[in-house]
Design a protein around this ligand. Structure first.
Ligand SMILES: [Zn+2]
Length: 53
């Protein structure tokens, strides 16, 4: 199984996502991973598997 290309995609922080977000690639609901970059806290799409038959 491959990871969805949306994995690790940075999410907009305004408004900040809660626990879940919609993957911009596959459109599924995914978990959100907070990531500290310097002073800022950004949110990325948690790694998830690609949707394929
Ligand atoms: Zn996805």
């Amino acid at each position: 199984m491959n990871d969805c290309p949306g994995s690790g995609r940075e999410l907009p922080t305004d408004p900040p996502p809660a626990e879940a977000a919609t993957c911009p690639v596959c459109g599924r609901e995914t978990r959100v991973e907070p990531r500290h970059t310097g002073d800022e806290l950004t949110f990325t799409v948690a790694a998830h598997q690609q949707v394929n038959a």
